[in-house]
Design a protein around this ligand. Structure first.
Ligand code: FE2
Length: 349
């Protein structure tokens, strides 16, 4: 590898002349933006304990009224990327949101796409484009780019969910903004997307031969996902992963354009090395407890903990229970990388 010239190699007069004309020489920065063989990464493997987050989130409920927050969220910020930048990985935003009984989070839409993954509490709902989606523990609810959404809570206990957004990329592209709206009218067809598209392999007949909707299914109930994982495990050899992708039921493609979602079941005692790949990801523990190693960082995880996986990282997961499966929900940016044509998987560790 040849040693490239540095900025200091250039005469001061020349550098100043370039700067005045808004020009920059490439060669001193070439290896920084195009390193050989592996990208340079600032993202740190980072673990967030839900037990540590929960009391601070509940305290936010006491000290910050919803009117002062709109969305009462603690953001899981990767220290390698700067806490102030509010990103878990270069492309994924993750926040823990609290809504208290009787509260509403006002109607808006924005250019980034978002999903909610419910962590605890019953009685909350999200209205997406007029459709009222109930929020039970482990449910995934989509609020894609440009769709009106608001949240409410008719229950009796605090509700916490995890938000995942493709905000970092949209913000970097200087295309991120939100529009506020009046309270959304309810279309009186609650959860109809889930009702219509409930069974894989079965589609509402009137969708055949018609133009495919980009987002036909808004809610993926955990009850269905968990059951499907158990069924898949019964038909999957022990050396293969039990993992399901959340997809658009009409196209079979990932359900959002930038972020991908999957659910992984670790059988009792199972240890698994995930395929090393170019995508970054965030893993959230739905049920169970275990150990993880991400590159050189080891950690223990419990229910509702979350961890950030940098691009190209080596990941090992182990379910410490000899009796119960563990369930993990994974967000990644593989759909975007596939569309842009640079998604890679590596066979070597
Ligand atoms: Fe929103």
């Amino acid at each position: 590898m040849s040693q490239l010239g540095t900025l200091e190699d250039l005469p001061l007069r020349y550098r100043e002349e370039l700067q005045q004309l808004n020009l920059a020489p490439l060669w001193p920065s070439m290896r920084k933006v195009l390193p050989h063989n592996k990208p340079s990464r600032k993202t740190q493997p980072t673990f967030w304990s839900y037990q540590a987050i929960r009391p601070l989130l509940l305290e936010a409920g006491r000290i910050t009224p919803i009117e002062k927050a709109e969305r009462r969220v603690l953001v899981l910020a990767n220290p390698g990327l700067g806490i102030e930048n509010l990103v878990a990985t270069p492309s994924i935003y993750i926040g823990m949101q609290l809504i208290l009984p009787g509260e509403t989070a006002p109607n808006h839409y924005h250019t980034p796409s978002a999903v909610r993954f419910v962590i605890e509490g019953e009685g909350a709902y999200t209205l997406v484009g007029g459709e009222k989606c109930p929020m039970h523990r482990g449910d995934l609810i989509l609020t894609p780019s440009g769709m009106w959404h608001q949240h409410g809570h008719d229950g009796k206990e605090p509700v916490v969910w995890m938000d995942a957004l493709d905000l970092p990329l949209i913000y970097y592209l200087e295309a991120s903004y939100a529009v506020e709206g009046k309270v959304q009218p309810d279309n009186n067809l609650p959860d109809s997307s889930q009702t219509r598209f409930r069974r894989s392999g079965l589609l509402p007949y009137d969708t055949l031969g018609r133009e495919k909707k980009p987002y036909p299914l808004m809610r993926f109930p955990w009850q269905e996902v968990r059951g499907a994982l158990a069924d898949l495990a019964s038909a999957t050899p022990a050396d293969q992963a039990v993992r399901l992708a959340y997809v658009n039921p009409q196209t079979g493609e990932e359900c959002l354009p930038i972020m991908g979602f999957s659910a992984l079941m670790l059988r009792p005692g199972e240890e698994r090395r995930l395929t090393r790949r170019s995508a970054s990801s965030v893993i959230h523990v739905v049920e169970g407890g275990g150990e993880a190693s991400v590159d050189v960082v080891d950690s223990r995880w419990e229910e509702h903990d979350t961890f950030a996986i940098p691009t190209h990282a080596q990941v090992r997961l182990r379910n410490l229970s000899a009796r119960d499966p563990a369930y993990l929900f994974i967000v990644d940016d593989a759909p975007m990388q596939r569309k842009l044509g640079f998604y890679e998987e590596f066979t070597a560790p």
